[in-house]
Design a protein around this ligand. Structure first.
Ligand SMILES: [Zn+2]
Length: 365
């Protein structure tokens, strides 16, 4: 009998002949390459298709992508029904649903898919990165941070000045701030007005930013601010976030092999990791609180920002990683005014500050 066959590989229909026996339906058709083909389907497995634009009776075979056989309804009633009581209707799948809605269905599925990916990207990743970051044990965090830090060191991007590092390290110890992980400071010779924190405890300070300071409270505030990004796992979250975002993009474009390369790329990104406003606010609050607790004037956090260019001015590096604006300065000032300072900065801190000044970071670069 004459019929139309869809082979499930190409959307084009093939004119076909079929023979019905007690248990099977044999279908013969000519494929797109002009080859004679024959398929035999157990009659038991035939289903009535739910999507049927042909006006004939459409039988469906096999898993998705299904094969279809459009037969004259009169033939179906005369031959198939007696051959097999009644064929069970197929359960409609997403594919049939989309096709039955035509172009609108395709657009709908496309829009829903993009929307879901966007929601995952915009909300899922930040929420998830916080959850994941909280689960990472301290040893893993330190190991990951050390690996990234070594990667940066080996790439030659961090010309560490050992003498200045020793001075600033002593200054940090003298501040007496208690942290979850030991903070390890590196002072890097660079014109860049920047500082950044690596997960696990490395804090890198560029001489370009030290040059901007004229009082010890500014340095104290900077170190406490960066330590807060470690303490509150902000850097770890940012890292997880960018890996997750990259993974989604990789999966979307089918480039799963690239995921392993992300860690390597992220070592470079640490230099300019940008934190959310919320993370910046948390780090500022931590700095104010810690300075006040250690008897250091918490206004240092405000003086720190005032010493740096604001949005709109040039020097972009620190703005990119710790953007501040008038609003953030005002919020920090309010916090600092509220915080009670116990006593004065230790004389030792002032002595160390003078040593740092004398070490001449302000004369170079
Ligand atoms: Zn920051």
């Amino acid at each position: 009998m004459n019929a139309t066959f869809f082979d499930g590989k190409v959307s084009r229909p093939h004119p076909a002949q079929y023979t019905l026996s007690a248990y099977t339906v044999e279908i013969r058709y000519t494929d797109t390459d002009g080859q004679e083909q024959e398929v035999v389907w157990p009659l038991q497995e035939a289903r009535l298709a739910t999507w049927n634009p042909s006006g004939k009776t459409r039988l469906q075979f096999g898993p998705f992508p299904h094969q279809y056989l459009d037969v004259e309804t009169a033939d179906y009633e005369a031959r198939f029904i007696p051959a097999r009581q009644l064929l069970k209707p197929a359960r409609p799948g997403l594919y049939e649903f989309v096709l039955s809605k035509g172009f609108r269905g395709v657009v709908l599925v496309g829009v829903v898919t993009v929307a879901l990916l966007w929601v995952l990207y915009a909300y899922g990743i930040p929420a998830l990165s916080l959850q994941v970051a909280r689960q990472v044990p301290a040893e893993q965090e330190v190991a990951l941070g050390d690996m990234l830090y070594r990667q940066l060191e080996n790439s030659g991007q961090l010309p560490v000045d050992k003498a200045k590092t020793a001075h600033v390290e002593r200054f940090w110890r003298e501040m007496g701030v208690k942290t979850r992980l030991p903070i390890r400071i590196a002072v890097v010779e660079s014109k860049d007005v920047n500082a950044f924190a690596v997960p696990g405890g490395h804090v890198v300070v560029f001489t370009g930013i030290l040059k901007k300071f004229n009082r010890p409270e500014q340095l104290a505030a900077l170190l406490a601010h960066e330590a807060a990004h470690v303490e509150k796992r902000h850097s770890l979250q940012q890292l997880i976030r960018s890996i997750a975002a990259y993974s989604i993009i990789s999966v979307m474009f089918g480039d799963v092999s690239g995921i392993t390369a992300v860690l390597v790329d992220n070592a470079d990104n640490l230099v300019s990791l940008s934190y959310s406003r919320q993370h910046e606010a948390e780090a500022d609050a931590f700095a104010v609180e810690q300075l006040a607790r250690q008897g250091i004037d918490p206004m240092g956090a405000v003086w720190l920002m005032e010493a740096l260019p604001t949005e709109g001015e040039v020097i972009p590096t620190l703005l990119r990683s710790h953007p501040h604006n008038a609003e953030r300065v005002a919020a920090t000032r309010a916090l600092a005014k509220k915080a009670r300072t116990r006593g004065n900065s230790s004389p030792e801190l002032k002595r160390l500050w003078n040593e740092i000044k004398a070490a001449g970071f302000s004369l170079k670069s």
